[in-house]
Design a protein around this ligand. Sequence first.
Ligand code: UDP
Length: 308
Amino acid sequence: MKILITGAAGFIGSHLSETLLQRGHQVIGMDNLLTGRIENIEHLFGKADFAFVKHDVTNYIHVPGKLDAVLHFASPASPIDYAQYPIPTLKVGALGTHKAIGLAKEKGAIFMLASTSEVYGDPIINPQPESYWGNVNPIGPRGVYDEAKRFAEALAMAYRRYHGMQVRIARIFNTYGPRMRKKDGRAVPNFITQALKGRPITVYGKGSQTRSLCYISDLVEGILRLLRSGLNAPVNIGNPQEISILELAETIRRLARSKSRIAYKPLPADDPRVRRPDIALARKALQWKPKVSLEEGLRRTIEYFRSS
Ligand code: UDP
């Protein structure tokens, strides 16, 4: 297949690009490098099947020739990024999705949206199945990301119904692994950086809030299975192993053999209290489930941060 990936220089986009190339596909990577980094894809530049285009996908996207799939993975994706770039976050989820899906329609290509567990907001039910409509504060600091992604899902489903397009919606839960930025602001890179430097590990609130962390290679496999499936509806892709943030901090400290103390900081506004994917649909329809344990994934990620 010939595939366009928006956000190709980002954490997930770069791993996706790499795996698609390994599996014999042609990849055009697009990114405006707002939060993506060229270092993430530099090693792909010599490959005949890879091309990179620096472009902001909130503007018209022109790609010559055929395309079989458009994977829209461009967006700031960390709470500190939404705070710093609230309007670009809204624009890439809304205008960028419109441009990317319009291109897919023009080319007769499959459109895939990188959606998010944030569509569930601060969920009232746990775990979250795809049928749950969510509990989102539209005007809070996270609302710029959550609502843009909810709009993007609505747009994809409208194109599905009105134009009969092939659309895939991956609701991606917390994912971690090599190529996350050290200063990304999310729990895993923060905790690892702090633990390796012997600095206090910053746990927000009491650390009793939960997350369920999926290692990047598992996520990529789920995404690629979804792409090949005929499922024109949202599918949760994530690891259902749920842990508290305090437990995550302690696990990272132990694996990094660190003596850092835990420093409690205020809980950010609208921080979801729980989050865990119900992956029954992905298990059944994609025959997919995560394979990498949290300890193994964290070990690999700690190694990456140690050596980079
Ligand atoms: N968190 C924390 N300390 C940090 C960074 C994050 O305690 O230095 C908490 C954050 O408040 C949230 C959880 O860890 O409850 C996961 O945060 P992250 O930013 O990784 O992802 P998200 O909130 O989008 O799931």
